[in-house]
Design a protein around this ligand. Sequence first.
Ligand SMILES: [Mg+2]
Length: 448
Amino acid sequence: MGASVGGQPQPPWVSLATGADHTCAAELSRVEGVAGHGLTGYRRGVPVILHADMDAFYASVEQRDRPELRGRAVIVGGTSSRGVVTAASYEARRFGVRSAMPTVQARALCPDAVFLHGDMAKYRRVSAEIRRIFTTISPDVEPLSLDEAFIDITASQRLLGPPLAIGRLLRDRVRAATGLTVSVGIGPGKMVAKIASDLAKPDGLLEVPADRVAAFLHPLPAWRLWGVGPVTEAALARAGITTIGQLAARPAAELAPFVGGAAADHLVRLACGQDARVVEPDLAAKSYGEEGTFAADARHDRRVREAIIGHADAVARRLRHDCVRGRVVVLKLKLAERLGPGKFRLLTRRVTLPEPTDDGKTISDAALRLWERHRPRLAVRLVGVSAAGIVGDAPEQLGLFAAGAHLRHAALNRALDAIVGRFGMQSIGRGDAGRSEKGLTTRLKRGE
Ligand SMILES: [Mg+2]
């Protein structure tokens, strides 16, 4: 029997016992949280990846801290006419509100919702606490964002028991320490684990043993696969493919005319459950980014430059807070050219610095040079700055001449951080920067 959550059809084996670990066995009655035949699927040498994802994170933190918001539709995000939703409580999702949706649209769908700007500093504190708990079940934690991580628990089984027990332990620890719920998916690869946590939401746990991957994936719609966005989904539909199972059954060569050769190979492999990507706890693949949509499209050089400086300073503060440095600076521009509903032309340009940095001015200088070199003729809707190529804090050998300037900057940065820490982000900034409408789009994520 199919069921639905928020209007989304769910595969028949997902039982929707909200508030409990999900029972996901089609044939079996109530084997807690295992898709298929119980605990026989794990073998020696088969990796066990856990994906943990906090439920409606920012909105849940607000509901936790403000009891009057519990049970109400809460929407966190930009509240200007051009803001976007960064988190919506499950009460709001019932009305069709989703993250990344324009706030205007969310207001129309759910006019009685409580709209909040949110408190990024608080969410970061909670995020740090959650990460600490993640590392109690395994040292191999790869954060994807403030509220989401892959955790390799292959080796943890000897100490903590079978995967399902580890998932339950993690959920209990997060709830006990933060009062918040986290959904957990477990599988032999990253993609399956992530899909499983998605299907377990909210407040659920779903395990997919290695020998049940095909049975788990095949009934799902093709868009569940990584890399299948609306364009690829439409192309696959033209090839007569709507489910992952249909995709797995087709030779890649047959799909190539529809999606291109490389994508066809990749998608068929994923559809067959082949996903060899490992959890990467190292920092190198991460990036620290800040971005914001202008209240009105920016047509003047000065506005964009100010925003770039503000974002660069914020990125640098976060790098320093985490005791890391970035070697690559990325400038992201969304232009006021509409490509489709809610879609705008996007430009990203990057530069590698001579040495990694955590200094706002170094980052903004690099981003401003990118802006000068690639400045578009169209007005700018959104600007973002991020630092990638992240390394630990041990300063690499500095050139003799760079050292003096570096030390002066470091002292200044420490003083600025102390002031911002005490009086908040609005208290200080270079020039007008820092007071722009940055919204709540701060991110720390991979592969940007
Ligand atoms: Mg989440």
